[in-house]
Write a protein that binds this ligand. Structure first.
Ligand SMILES: CC(C)(COP(=O)(O)OP(=O)(O)OC[C@H]1O[C@@H](n2cnc3c(N)ncnc32)[C@H](O)[C@@H]1OP(=O)(O)O)[C@@H](O)C(=O)NCCC(=O)NCCS
Length: 166
């Protein structure tokens, strides 16, 4: 039985471990993902932090944090990092984490969410590449958006400084 629930005090080390393990052999990772989550938490920018728990062990995690749009548009967030422990992948846990996070963001009144990643994976959550929304330095097809209300705005997106990229 996998439980999907918000992060609680005491989960920090397990989130670090599961994220490090998931990204260990990732071809596009510099292994900074666990530190990004910690910097977001330290800077009060971890808007949503959701874990997947099996028999008391954390086996997956997803983070959401605010992004900045230029020209300014309020209420947009970025999904990631998302990680599932290598021995628990391809069982739907990542999808459950993402769906739960998006549902919570939407019901909390967010305008939308962006993600950088593989279109084949994120399209099933209704993320689409939108030419009006640009993330400099990312090949366009790997940067996607999902509006919860209204249209996807025009502009340039910056992740929180905790990501170490502007
Ligand atoms: C991406 C990740 C979180 C997905 O979690 P998961 O629990 O395995 O995902 P799900 O079970 O919901 O979905 C798995 C399906 O998505 C596919 N999938 C996983 N990662 C994918 C990717 N990057 N691109 C395309 N498809 C992907 C799998 O092939 C699998 O398909 P299958 O069920 O037909 O085998 C997990 O694979 C992971 O931690 N990967 C390493 C870290 C990472 O890449 N994070 C995302 C960075 S953008």
């Amino acid at each position: 039985m996998i439980a999907i629930r918000p992060e609680r005090t005491g989960d920090e080390q397990a989130i670090r471990d599961v994220t490090a393990a998931a990204f260990k052999d990732h071809p596009h990772s510099d292994q900074s993902e666990p530190f990004i989550i910690e910097r977001l938490r330290d800077q009060d920018a971890l808007t949503l932090s959701i874990v997947a728990e099996e028999d008391g062990s954390i086996v997956g995690h997803v983070a959401f944090s605010p992004v900045t749009l230029t020209p300014p548009v309020a209420g947009w967030f970025g999904l990631g990092p998302v990680a599932v422990s290598p021995d628990h992948q391809s069982k739907g846990i990542g999808s459950r984490l993402i769906r739960e996070g998006l549902a919570r963001l939407g019901s909390d009144g967010a305008a939308g969410c962006v993600v950088m990643g593989d279109p084949d994976y994120y399209q099933k959550f209704r993320f689409r590449h939108e030419s009006s929304l640009v993330f400099p330095g990312c090949a366009p097809q790997y940067f996607m958006a999902l509006a919860f209300s209204g249209a996807v705005p025009e502009g340039t997106v910056a992740y929180h400084p905790a990501f170490g990229v502007e």
